[in-house]
Design a protein around this ligand. Structure first.
Ligand code: HEM
Length: 550
């Protein structure tokens, strides 16, 4: 089949005498080339036309890959044209990631139109995380639909810094102290639940539920009901499942993304209602803060009051609507749920396998409580649990929940002297290699909490990238360390943890964050916290602590 000659693009303005090579550079020369192309195009069949289009598309894809790749490590050619390693990305494997990190400090892949550069040395990771001029956080396309485009996490530069400033007050020491009683209450309820189970079971779903309940109670206090918590805990995994790297551009009913968006909207609606209740408590009933929402609304109230007394004073925090509050609280849940569940799985699996660590934690727990296991948690008490805290830190180093943090390049970014990441590329600083750097952490693949006793500056400053660094560093960092230190101490004091290891226990499953591949099979048994304590010590010390309280 031929194309109709009358549909000429070039028209009839082509001089007949333009034929010599130098004229290629002239207007007439260009016209000749166009004319020839047009003639060629007209002489093609539909099949030839489509084959030519495919060849041009594939060549463009390969050439762009080569240009963007430059000198860095990565497949010589895009082995799977256009799609690249898309199929592997649907089922990510830790070993494949590790091989990529080991292939060079900068390596690349290209999936569809996305060119991805992975930085796997600690210095490059830090440099990227601390370069807001060149990069901003990047989320998979569907995350924007799920979190809503208006969400604060998509702000950049000054707008982001200003918004964050109004949230920082929710995670300072004074605020953290407020959340402890509600956290402890739910830690106790779940301890009871875990120790009442008959026989071993998978703890991956148990920990996901525990962490969801702890987070939601910290965020919404008593404004949220048990049923609402259960609903969110049961369905949250659908949000994680929707966050695949590449999705269909529109949300089709009854697909993973549709369910993800539905659950997110329902959850935000619950948070909106909680925010309304919290405003009544704080603004109308002059109630006391018991959760993050209350604290946020108290800060708004204080700022308004200060401003009305002194209109010249800068308003540090503005009035946020219930919808805005619900979106922010949802980002907290979104940022915390998978990472915290991951930490819980590894932490409790590791300690259950290490009686020496358990003994030291128990000893410390009774010591800081003067042998009275009923002393309630407080920030001051948690701050005294240095060894327990080291165990949490080491677990985060040994099995960091977040392996990589994707960023997108805003303008060409000279990442090294020899490589500039192109605008629009995805640039991924990796956290795992920095935390397993043998120059800083000797014997990095062994779990050694004692290494933190004499921690050097490098162990914290240059390599401690568990929570990222720079303007987007994790907002919940101190909250996580406080909650897990308190929880680990309490649970080890009051329960014996039995892990049922399988050949997959030490293998890493990637599901947004990382988990033991066998989903962690455990059983918990109640224990008397004072069972190993000398009877004389029990009596004298408990009475001392009671006297002190009186
Ligand atoms: C074990 C638990 C957690 C880990 C390992 C973790 C890790 C991280 C990492 C690596 C980042 C990216 C930092 C960067 O780009 O430099 C991040 C960001 C963030 N995290 Fe966490 N996180 C955890 C728990 C939490 C919790 C409990 C909350 C809230 C209560 C939270 C709130 C956030 C927020 C809001 C951001 C985005 C900050 C911004 O863009 O300004 N995270 N987290």
């Amino acid at each position: 089949m031929s194309f109709n000659a009358s549909s000429s693009l070039a028209g009839d303005a082509i001089p007949a005498n333009v034929s010599s090579i130098p004229q290629f550079y002239t207007k007439e020369g260009a016209q000749i080339i166009l004319n020839n192309c047009w003639n060629f195009y007209q002489s093609m069949s539909w099949l030839q036309f489509f084959l030519t289009l495919i060849v041009i598309g594939l060549s463009y894809d390969q050439i762009m890959y080569q240009i963007r790749k430059g000198v860095i490590a990565g497949p010589r050619f895009k082995v799977w044209p256009i799609i690249g390693p898309f199929l592997e990305s649907l089922d990510p494997k830790f070993e494949e990631y590790k091989a990529k990190w080991d292939s060079g400090e900068l390596s690349c892949v290209s999936i569809f139109h996305k060119f991805v550069v992975i930085a796997s040395s600690r210095d490059l990771a830090r440099k990227i995380l601390a370069s807001p001029r060149y990069v901003k956080p990047c989320v998979v396309d569907v995350a924007i639909k799920i979190l809503r485009p208006t969400n604060w996490v998509f702000l950049d530069g000054k707008a982001h810094t200003d918004y964050r400033r109004s949230l920082n007050g929710l995670f300072v020491q004074k605020a953290l102290e407020i959340y402890i009683p509600v956290l402890e209450k739910y830690m106790d309820l779940y301890l009871e639940k875990f120790t009442n189970y008959d026989g071993p079971r998978k703890f991956f779903p148990e920990f996901r539920e525990l962490l969801c309940a702890l987070s939601l109670r910290t965020f919404c206090g008593d404004h949220i009901t048990d049923d609402q918590i259960q609903l969110i805990a049961d369905n949250y995994f659908k949000i994680t499942a929707a966050l695949e790297l590449v999705n269909f551009p529109i949300i089709i009913p009854f697909t993973k993304t549709w369910y993800g968006k539905k659950i997110a909207d329902e959850t935000m609606k619950i948070f909106e209602d909680c925010a309304a209740k919290s405003k009544v408590l704080i603004n109308e009933q002059n109630g006391k803060s018991g959760c993050i929402m209350d604290e946020w609304i108290s800060l708004m109230k204080d700022a308004k009051l200060k401003h009305s007394e002194d209109p010249e004073s800068r308003l540090l925090i503005r009035e946020f609507s219930n919808r805005e509050i619900s979106e922010v609280i949802f980002t907290f849940l979104f940022a915390s749920q998978d990472a915290s569940s991951s930490l819980a799985c590894w932490l409790f699996q590791i300690v259950a396998d290490r009686p020496d660590v358990v003994a030291k934690v128990r000893e410390e727990q009774l010591r800081v409580r003067n042998n009275d296991p009923n002393v309630p948690l407080s920030l001051d008490l948690i701050n005294q649990m240095t060894y327990t805290n080291d165990v949490v830190k080491e677990s985060l180093r040994y099995r960091p929940p977040v392996l990589m943090v994707p960023y997108v390049v805003k303008q060409p970014f000279p990442v090294t002297d020899t490589y500039t990441a192109p605008k629009g590329a995805m640039l991924i600083p990796t956290l795992y290699p920095a935390l397993h750097d043998p120059e800083v952490y000797s014997d990095p693949d062994t779990f050694i909490p004692e290494r933190w006793e004499n921690a050097t500056g490098d162990m914290y400053k240059r390599n401690w990238l568990v929570f990222g660094t720079g303007p987007h560093v994790c907002l919940g960092k101190n909250y996580v360390l406080m909650t897990f230190t308190g929880m680990l101490g309490k649970y080890l004091m009051n329960a014996d943890l039995v892990h049922h290891p399988t050949p997959l226990s030490e293998e890493i499953k990637v599901f947004a964050t990382i988990f033991p591949k066998d989903d962690l099979i455990m059983e918990w048994h109640k224990r008397d916290p004072l069972q190993d304590v000398n009877p004389d010590d029990k009596i004298s010390n408990v009475s001392t602590s009671v006297e002190a309280t009186a």
